[in-house]
Design a binder for this molecule. Sequence first.
Ligand SMILES: Cc1cc2nc3c(=O)[nH]c(=O)nc-3n(C[C@H](O)[C@H](O)[C@H](O)COP(=O)(O)O)c2cc1C
Ligand code: SF4
Length: 472
Amino acid sequence: MENDIIFKPLEFRNLTVKNRIFRSSISGRWDNYDGSGTQARINWEEKFARGGVGAIITSFVPVAIRGRIMPNYATIHCDERIPFWRKVGEKVHEYDCKFILQLSHSGRQQDIGGVENQNLKALSSTSKTEPFHGFLCQAMTLEEIKNTIQDFADGARRAREAGLDGVELHSGNGYLFTQFMSSGINDRQDEYGGSLENRARFLLDVIRAIRKEVGNDFHLQFKISAIDYNNAVTFWEKPGNTLADSIQISQWAQEAGVDAVHVSTGSLFPHPLNPIGDFPFEIIRKTYDTMLSSGVYTIRNYLLFRYWLLRPIFALLWNRVKKSLPPQAIQADEVKNKEMRKLLEANQGRNLNPAAEIKKHVNIPVLCTGGFQQASYIRKAIDEKYCDAVTIARPLIANNDLVHDFAAGKDLPDDPCTYCNKCLLNVIENPLGCYELSRFNNYEEMMEEVMSVFHITQFNQEELSKVSVPLG
Ligand SMILES: Cc1cc2nc3c(=O)[nH]c(=O)nc-3n(C[C@H](O)[C@H](O)[C@H](O)COP(=O)(O)O)c2cc1C
Ligand code: SF4
């Protein structure tokens, strides 16, 4: 382990992380409707800290109620949330794991707005309807832009006051920042639209505002979709930002004061390339109904998901972009199981080439997300300077103890993640967890694991005993 790059600490300007495996953001509906937090979220984050990751990047944390993706995500839109986030941070810190809060705003990519937003159109860079689900939106005024920049700065201040280790701007995957940065989406005529410099202005204004609010000694990283592939599914749209655009934005972001860049892909979420893998129709046909009233194209989509005769049309659109991907960046150690070898080849490390290009042009650490779960592959990615650390979501849902497995000398866990995306498509309606039945002995065992975050812990038993009325 001593000479293993995976276990070598990573030093940022303001933060040291004990190893090179970060838990990437994974949103789930754990919290109360109003965005106040619950014990389930604390239990969820504790799983990964206990499993040995060096740092956890939280799920999407809205800086404003109008910028949420759906209800039941803990927010950071007011000072009342600070004690909850402090509690989560303290729990994670017990395992010498760092905790980075993902400051987020949905913009028009709002799956379920919730009652507070029922009579409001989502805010965006544009008034163009979102092309996949048909979410309606309106272009932000300059005043609304100014207020939203302050919302991010306030969110960063609250994260700092909560004793957390840093913040990440959720500036990838189609959310508000992407809606400003992407040439495929932003159609503004003012100083926040047009040239790349203008489209990047919102991100850079937020970075500067955060630095002004929290100073230079608090960790701040940003996530970027290195390539938009904005017309991957909706082929009539413009393609959006290129890798060259993202390199330039990363350099500007570095100058403005970020400490790291986190490389992802795609100008919507989910996207065929993020999280890459299958699209399980049998799950989405049961869960997409929760979104039927959210957009003007949702009924069309529901029919495509629901009727097996129509599914090939959607599958064709969803999968076509995968055919344009170059071969894998690096070769890992041989995997005996043929099926798993094929899955790893198709899905592991697909953002490494763009990450390496960005890395060549900045001098801050680069994190890369996408399909990592094999120690030999991760080692090569870091050793060969594609990135400085990897961030992992689904393979850690499947195997919370993945890092301990690596420390014990395993190259792959015994039951690897199959990239089936059943966790992802369940999450709009059901608790987040691994729903790949083939990884469990039976359905009951799978449910036990999914429901384990709701188990009462020592902490909330004590809290409950303070408020419960004795019987008899
Ligand atoms: C259920 C689920 C929820 C996710 N939520 C977020 C999120 O809130 N913010 C974010 O930046 N990425 C989110 N992601 C993307 C992951 O952080 C990660 O970048 C992506 O899944 C690719 O990594 P993986 O192959 O290790 O899963 C989510 C992914 C999944 C599967
Ligand atoms: S459901 Fe389980 S196996 Fe499938 S992608 Fe999610 S974590 Fe991986």
